[in-house]
Write a protein that binds this ligand. Structure first.
Ligand code: IMP
Length: 197
C-alpha cells in the first residue's frame, strides 16, 4: 500500500458530526476524509460485545459499499463503580445527552470512587479482509454535576486525570491533545507514516 497523501480519501464511517470535527482536527493535516454516501442510508446496529467488534462491523460494512479505505470507530465511557457501565452501551444509555448524563449521575449517586475512562477503538479497513485496530484511553473521574459547554456527549461530567475541569470546560485544544480519540489517532498517524508505505 502506498503512503497516504491528502489527495487520497479515507471514508469516515461515522454520522456523528462532533466526532468528525475532532477527527479532522487531530489528523486532518495528513489525510482527507469523505463521509459515506448519504443515499445509502447506512444504519449499522451496534450488536458486538466490544468496541472493537462494533467498530469492525462498521468498517467492513462501509468498505464493502464503497471499496475505499475506511476508518470506523466506536467509543464509550466506562465507570469503575458501575462495573464498567455504560461502556459499550454509552450511546444507548438514554435518548439524548442530557438523559444519558442524568442517568449516569443518578446511578453513581454520591459514590466516593468516581474513576472512569473514555475508550475508543478505530478499525481501519484498507483492503478486502485487511484491517488494523487503533485503541485509545483517557482516564479520569466523573464530576458531581455537568459543567461546561464545549464538546459533546458525556464531556460535561468527565474530568480527565491531572485536571480539575471537565472536558466541556477545558475546550477543544486540550481535549484534542489528551483524549482517548487523540491517543488512538496518534497511533493511526504513525501507522500511516511508517507502516502503510
Ligand atoms: P458511539 O461511539 O457513537 O457509539 O458513542 C458512544 C457514546 O459515547 C455516545 O453517547 C457519545 O456521545 C459518547 N462519547 C463518545 N466519545 C465521546 C467523547 O469524546 N466525549 C463525550 N462523550 C463521548
Amino acid at each position: 500500500m502506498k503512503k497516504k497523501d491528502k489527495s487520497q480519501h479515507i471514508i469516515l464511517a461515522t454520522r456523528n458530526k462532533n466526532k468528525v470535527v475532532e477527527i479532522k482536527k487531530i489528523i486532518g493535516d495528513l489525510v482527507s476524509f469523505a463521509t459515506p454516501d448519504r443515499s445509502l442510508q447506512i444504519d449499522i446496529p451496534e450488536c458486538g460485545r466490544s468496541l472493537v467488534e462494533n467498530s469492525y462491523a462498521k468498517a467492513i460494512f462501509v468498505y464493502r459499499l464503497h471499496g475505499l479505505p475506511t476508518l470506523a470507530d466506536d467509543s464509550g465511557l466506562f465507570v469503575d463503580a458501575l462495573e464498567g457501565e455504560p461502556g459499550i452501551y454509552s450511546a444507548r444509555y438514554g435518548r439524548n445527552d442530557e438523559e444519558r448524563i442524568a442517568r449516569l449521575l443518578h446511578n453513581l449517586g454520591d459514590a466516593h470512587d468516581r474513576r472512569a475512562a473514555f475508550r475508543v477503538a478505530f478499525v481501519y479497513c484498507y483492503e478486502y479482509g485487511k484491517y488494523e485496530v487503533f485503541e485509545g484511553e483517557c482516564t479520569g473521574e466523573i464530576g458531581h454535576e455537568p459543567k461546561g459547554v464545549s464538546g459533546f456527549g458525556y464531556d460535561p461530567i468527565f474530568i480527565p486525570r491531572g485536571y480539575k475541569k471537565t472536558f466541556a470546560q477545558l475546550g477543544p485544544a486540550t481535549k484534542n491533545r489528551i483524549s482517548h480519540r487523540a491517543r488512538a489517532l496518534r497511533k493511526f498517524r504513525k501507522y500511516l507514516l511508517e507502516v502503510a508505505r
